[in-house]
Design a protein around this ligand. Structure first.
Ligand code: SAM
Length: 179
């Protein structure tokens, strides 16, 4: 079980990026997307529509009281931040924790992340020690965690209205899979 937590979303300004964090979470293997500390539900609605069309399960949730939510987690908390330890150094231990401990929570920010998140996190992890994007950081982290397996296999997405057939040129889309 992988939960991605997006924090610091600013209504209007961050809608597109927050939606992209959610899409990346879904496509790269997370089971749940949590929008923390924002009453804007627009990205959640978009993600629900995408899940209806392209398959699930993928849960989307808005959480107001995000500190208790993080504290009550069942597994480890990974905070992606350029100030953290290099991903290759901590990845083996994170993978072990994930495989043995159930849920893994992955936290990404938008604007400034409150200092107590750095304390609460079991791992503060840098995907390179340069500033870039929460979408890029999340994609690389999930891809490394799952060793690229999910890029080859879409079979986990059930109940899709649409399904793609990979092809060298053009677009091959098929309607709903047989029930
Ligand atoms: N200025 C903000 C701060 O100081 O917390 C960060 C802004 S950054 C655009 C938004 C998010 O992208 C960060 O909270 C972090 O989750 C992620 N991020 C950006 N660069 C990263 C890196 N090199 N490694 C890991 N995460 C990164």
């Amino acid at each position: 079980m992988i939960t991605v937590v997006r924090f610091g979303h600013r209504k209007g300004r961050d809608t597109r990026i927050t939606t992209h964090v959610g899409l990346t979470a879904r496509a790269f293997g997370a089971d749940r997307f949590v929008l923390a500390g924002s009453d804007d539900r627009t990205p959640l609605r978009t993600l629900e529509k995408v899940t209806e069309k392209w398959g699930g399960p993928f849960e989307t949730v808005g959480v107001d009281k995000w500190r208790p939510f993080l504290r009550k987690r069942k597994g480890k908390l990974v905070h992606l931040t350029m100030y953290g330890l290099p991903l290759p150094r901590v990845l083996p231990q994170i993978r072990k924790d994930w495989e043995t401990g159930g849920e893994l929570m992955v936290f990404v920010g938008a604007e400034k992340v409150p200092p107590d998140v750095y304390e609460m996190a079991d791992y503060n992890v840098a995907v390179g020690s340069q500033p870039h994007s929460e979408v890029a950081a999340l994609a690389v982290f999930l891809d490394r965690l799952t060793e690229g397996r999910l890029l080859e296999d879409s079979s986990r997405f059930k109940g899709a209205e649409l399904r793609l057939t990979p092809c060298a040129r053009g677009k091959l889309k098929a309607p709903r899979e047989p029930v």
